[in-house]
Design a protein around this ligand. Structure first.
Ligand code: PLP
Length: 374
């Protein structure tokens, strides 16, 4: 058996939706673009959405729209995908890493206030592995110190914090739609906000700095980019949104099955869900017992690969990435909890159409590898 780490859930509905766009001559900035934005904004319960060509582009535009730049600092988490920090660098600002909680893997608000300086402009938190961050506490701190709050919800479409959808916290947030996500548009992302000014700036900057309302195609009122999402991707996104409930239910089922099959393995912890949080299952990441950290975890990944099972070591701490070490002088020990967690995580194959026998195959091989090799 060969089991990939992730696989998109595409049906005839999605294929038809994309083909229908191709039968028209409207392949960019058409009806699908408007409809997709509308559908996502309504689902999350925010006023505005801007569809963009990646989650990274969305984060970049939010940083720019908030006027964050040279000399500014943004407090963020080291336990994430590189984009949540790179977007700060794009504008010449400095990411200041604050350690995480060992259970949720999210930024620990208790450490945030101690890292605020006169240069701090924003807190950028991530709903990692679709687990909502501590939004009430982060909001309280942001308000008290007059900081912007940014939500990187790339991995959390459908997750809820205290009954409210992720993507709706902070001044602005994003989702990402790469094919490993709960919902995919191929490449793609969306910016979400209730703030009209941020919305208009992002919409304009995503479209080469055009003044969107008056439609003068060759008038550029600010520096912009081509971060637009095309009509085929938007049509794919609309079809995926119409199936989101079904997709998330399938992911929930797969996660429950994993929980059942792995609970007898004392050498790992199955994913933790904090009270008040509902998670939409981006990935299934187990945390190995301390004695299997680092090289042993990596050996497990290699042995699983020999059985045709693709696993991963999500995530390596951002502050220890070679480029970050070199540029900012970050070193081992700067964020000990993130470093410990990242040496123990094991992401197992996970996608909405996983069959029970595939989950059995993964669980049984994992048990065998623990017994025979580790
Ligand atoms: C936490 C996080 N932020 C940002 C991104 C960037 O999204 P994209 O790959 O669409 O640029 C990702 C994508 O995997 C992510 O996981």
């Amino acid at each position: 058996m060969r089991i990939p780490l992730a696989k998109p859930d595409i049906t005839e509905k999605e294929r038809k939706a994309v083909l229908n766009v191709l039968k028209t001559s409207s392949l960019s900035l058409g009806k699908k673009y408007l409809e997709f934005q509308d559908v996502v904004a309504k689902y999350v319960g925010v006023k505005y959405a801007v569809a963009v060509n990646s989650g990274t582009s969305g984060l970049h535009l939010i940083i720019r729209a908030l006027g964050i730049g040279e000399g500014d600092e943004v407090i963020t988490t080291p336990f994430s995908f590189i984009s949540s920090s790179n977007c700060i660098l794009y504008e010449g600002a400095k990411p200041v890493f604050v350690d995480i909680k060992s259970d949720t893997f999210n930024i620990n608000p208790e450490f945030v206030e101690g890292s605020i300086t006169p240069r701090t402009k924003a807190i950028l938190a991530v709903d990692i592995f679709s687990q909502p961050a501590d939004w009430d506490e982060l909001k309280r701190i942001a308000k008290k110190h007059k900081l912007h709050l940014i939500e990187d919800s790339a991995e959390a479409l459908g997750s809820e914090y205290k009954g409210k959808k992720c993507g709706s916290f902070g001044d602005a947030g994003i989702f990402a739609f790469y094919p490993n996500k709960q919902l995919t548009t191929g490449e793609g992302g969306v910016i979400l906000t209730n703030n009209k000014e941020i919305y208009e700036l992002c919409q304009s900057m995503a479209n080469q700095g055009r003044k969107v309302e008056d439609g003068k195609w060759l008038e550029h009122v600010r520096l912009g980019y081509n971060y637009r999402l095309d009509e085929m991707s938007c049509a794919l996104g609309i079809a995926q949104m119409s199936r989101l409930k079904e997709i998330l239910a399938k992911r929930e089922r797969a996660a429950r099955l994993y929980n059942q099959k792995l609970k007898s393995i004392k050498r790992l912890e199955t994913p933790y869900i904090k009270e008040g949080n509902k998670i939409s299952w981006f990935v299934y990441v187990a945390k190995l017992a301390e004695k299997f950290a680092g090289a042993k975890r990596d050996k497990i990944i290699k042995e699983m690969a020999k059985k045709g099972i693709q696993c991963s070591n999500y995530f390596q701490p951002i502050h220890l990435q070679p480029f970050y070490r070199k540029k900012f002088g970050y070193k081992k020990g700067d964020c000990p909890i993130a470093e410990n967690v990242s040496s123990r995580t094991l992401a197992l194959p996970f996608f909405s159409n996983m069959r029970e026998k595939e989950i059995d195959y993964v669980a049984n091989n994992l048990k065998k590898i623990f017994d025979e090799f580790i």
